[in-house]
Design a protein around this ligand. Structure first.
Ligand code: XMP
Length: 517
């Protein structure tokens, strides 16, 4: 394991992902963890992340010097670099030598472990106020910038390395190569970690955890719950029952996909609950987005609990009790819920398949160490169909939060039609991988005048919201080819009744969110 010590501000997650892209297993630990505890995990290497603090700030996170003296290779980045410098006797000044953004880096030492084989001039991503002006004793300075004399250093004998910039972001042109040099050359690790090992390991763990008992799993149609269920199914077979709540807010073909394709690929035991009427009547007259989200979340839990009670009752007759609930929790959820203090509640995210807090179950969470792209690879290993594995994100509350205004059966049908056309055309144009997701939104409370055939129409606009993103935290609107947009627009206005206008959302996130509600 490579430990990534988290000094805050989300850099650590990206670093951990990059390490895994280099096919070395990594885990994130908070910087507040005592060094002895970190070393007890027997790490093969340690990476110190960047962070928002200045090393001179009062209360800025520190590290026990022991971390550099344990014989474990260490790589400090940005804040981690400065911390390494001052802890080991180098100099870091608050001298106004700030750098932000893309910066030219000059590699000054040939034969450096980190920079070997990379150009002597390269572009890196900087974000710092303080700067290192003298490396600690025993270290060689390996790179500088126009502003800072010590932008990277290394002590090969002690296997300690550091760079002032952020190699983990794509703007650092050779960042991944430098990270790999640390892992392979500095720390002597081999690129052997694959999701293949994860499947075997998790199957063994699930078998050991569940034994002969039974488990249930809520399926949402999304990638995470599908892969989690497939993995558990592989481990315990018919001891697992999946529940799919059809709330009527799904897109065209999605329920069928779960009912047919998923079951065919996995052989899972599936209980489908048709709750469309129930959700529609609960949503009647409601247009406030937060209220919709709360209603959908609440109804979902009620239906799920009812289904679960039925399964428990049926299982009781056959002996083994239902003690386990399978969840598709991912690593970012785990990291974020460990470190989440005081973040503003922008929207009440509702994870369909998510858990009511008072459920009397033990959790099985086979994906809690994985990132999304790794979950997709596991899904592929398990033989899940491409349409499920490569599915773009879709919100738990479904189309309920893509109708601006009250949710009704007619409006849902209309939106489903428009959405199906947009998806079909984007797929036909080969744009699925390029786009993170493309919400299609019905402005049900807005009308505009149009002319179709010979007559005046007074219909609703449909909004296309294609975005590109790496993690949905930030996003940019996708620059789709005009011909594709034109085709979608023509088809939607021709084929979907009551829609006489198609508009494109050209807002990034922030300030807009991806969904409209
Ligand atoms: P926003 O709209 O907050 O969306 O920019 C970020 C990402 O999250 C998805 N999303 C949800 N996913 N339950 C979910 O499981 C929800 O309640 C929910 N709301 C938004 C959204 O589709 C995007 O990928």
């Amino acid at each position: 394991t490579v430990l990534v010590v988290d000094f805050g501000a989300q850099y650590a997650q990206l670093i951990a992902r990059r390490v895994r892209e280099a096919r070395v297993y990594s885990e994130i630990v908070p910087s507040t963890m005592p060094v002895a505890e970190m070393l007890a995990k027997n790490p093969k290497a340690i990476i110190l992340s960047g962070g928002p603090s200045s090393v001179y700030e009062e209360g800025a996170p520190r590290l026990d010097r022991a971390i550099f003296e344990a014989g474990v290779p260490v790589f400090g980045m940005c804040y981690g670099f400065q911390l390494m410098a001052i802890t080991l006797g180098g100099t870091v000044d608050d001298n106004g030598a700030r750098e932000y953004g893309r910066t030219p880096l000059h590699v000054t030492k040939t034969g450096s472990t980190l920079f070997e084989g990379t150009p002597t001039e390269q572009s890196v991503w900087m974000s710092h106020g303080d700067a290192c002006s003298a490396a600690p004793e025993g270290f060689t300075v390996t790179a500088s910038t126009d502003v800072v004399p010590v932008a990277a250093f290394e002590n090969d004998e002690a296997r300690l390395y550091g760079v002032q910039y952020h190699p983990e972001v794509l703007h650092s042109t050779h960042g991944q190569q430098i990270l790999e040099h640390f892992l392979y050359r500095g720390a002597g690790l081999a690129p052997t970690w694959t999701t293949h090992n994860v499947v075997d390991e998790q199957i063994a763990l699930i078998k050991a955890q569940v034994g002969t008992k039974r488990a249930i799993c809520g399926l949402s149609g999304g990638v995470d719950s599908a892969v989690a269920a497939a993995l558990v199914q592989k481990a315990i077979g018919s001891q697992l029952t999946c529940v799919y709540v059809d709330h009527g807010l799904m897109r065209q073909g999605e329920t069928e996909q779960v009912e047919k394709d998923f079951v065919a690929a996995t052989g899972v035991k599936l209980k489908v609950v048709d709750a469309q009427e129930r959700f529609l009547s609960a949503l009647k007259g409601v247009s406030d987005p937060e209220e919709k989200r709360k209603i959908i979340g609440r109804e979902f839990i009620r239906v799920f609990e009812q289904a679960q009670a039925e399964i428990v009752a049926e299982a009781g007759e056959h002996g083994e009790s239902v003690d386990f609930l399978v969840q598709g929790t991912l690593y970012p959820d785990v990291v974020e819920s460990g470190g989440g203090t005081g973040t503003a509640n922008i929207k009440s995210h509702h994870n369909v398949g998510g858990l009511p807090e008072d459920l009397q179950f033990q959790l099985v969470e086979p994906l809690r160490k994985l990132f999304k792209d790794e979950v997709r690879m596991v899904g592929q290993e398990l033989g899940l169909p491409e349409e499920i594995v490569q599915r773009q994100p879709f919100p738990g509350p479904g189309l309920g939060i893509r109708i601006v205004g009250e949710v009704t059966k007619e409006r849902l049908d209309l939106l489903r039609e428009a959405d199906a056309i947009a998806r079909e055309e984007l797929t036909a144009a080969g744009l699925d991988r390029e786009i993170w997701q493309c919400p299609v939104v019905l402005l049900a409370d807005v009308r505009s005048v149009g002319v179709q055939g010979d007559g005046r129409t007074y219909g609703h606009p449909i909004v296309l919201r294609p975005v590109s993103s790496e993690d949905a935290m930030t996003a940019d609107w996708s620059r789709l080819p005009y011909e594709v947009l034109a085709k979608i627009s023509t088809r939607i206005t021709n084929e979907v009744r009551d829609v006489n206008r198609v508009v494109l959302d050209v807002t990034s996130k922030p300030p807009g969110t991806i969904e409209w509600e």
